[in-house]
Design a protein around this ligand. Sequence first.
Ligand code: FE2
Length: 370
Amino acid sequence: MTNAITKAEINGGAVRVIFDDGRETAYHFLWLRDNCPRGLHPQTRERVFDLLSVGDDVAPIRIAADANALSVWWDGEDAPSVFSAEWLRANAYDGQSLSERRILPTLWGAKDLPAPPRFSFAAVKNGAALPWLLALRDYGLTIIDEAPPRTDAVREAAHLIAPLRRTNFGEEFEVRSKPDPNNVAYTALDLQAHTDLPNREMPPGVQFLHCLANGATGGESVFADGFRIAAEMRETDAAAFALLCDTPLPFRFHDGECDLRFYAPTIALDRHGDFFQIRHHLALTAPLDIDFAKTPAVYRALRAFAALARDSRFALDLRLAPGEIAVFNNRRILHGRRAFDPSSGARHLQGCYVDWDETLSRIRVLERGE
Ligand SMILES: [Fe+2]
């Protein structure tokens, strides 16, 4: 249901609009001129209006409104800018409207999410991808089960979102113990909770891990909500939280082929102060070369974060079974693995990545069809 306009008036350099539910909001003159629908290309819907073609003091000579639309006339222009009430409401930028449009993640600890949301491979392939993607957006962790035991199944699932994000590990990567590993993941060692590829300018947004075999002793997967851990830290240790938000740490991965480095803070917030992304990987944290005087405090904060990631309140143990694909937000969910005994049986996961903006895009496109 859309909200109708009950009143519109010029007020202090802006057009003030009141909707029938009582919401009052205002739109600056230049903002309205910049967003005039006539300034959009009819097919691409991209803006063709030149922002510099008007002065920054552009102002309407007249406005008129009815329930469904606001019309604004500009000096020297024959046709008015006509904005639908629906569009104005959807794009209102007062604090309350912005806050209503925020989609906040559902933070979880191990007790809150004993079993991650689960969807069958056949269902997500056959038109029911939206519930899965919404769960992925909100919880950051989902399981697709009953996947066929094929090495292209993980790619098929990922393609429901977008083409694979290729990295220095290729398009798909095989997680099993290898004789000449270039990564701790490719050993049988304990793998502490981490986010993948923090050493990249933009770490992959979504990780898929398809369990093809898990017959070895040990090798349980561990997942923890990095946003929940950050929230805990913000509550209980505000100084450490601030340091992890404000201190870019050096991350590095290097092997025979590459030497990829990037500085970024452990916790990144968005423009509203909500959690945006986590980068945490002790194995890929390069020797700290931050401000000398800050180094002990940063170590203390980093250790506190790492300790929370191992805390049973937050770390969810999950033994992946063949046919299960763990799909998670790699910029939020920490993942790890208990050590396993490679002589006791086969353990083989196949992984790949897609990007997070592609995931949100897929959700929006699927929602159009609702
Ligand atoms: Fe990993």
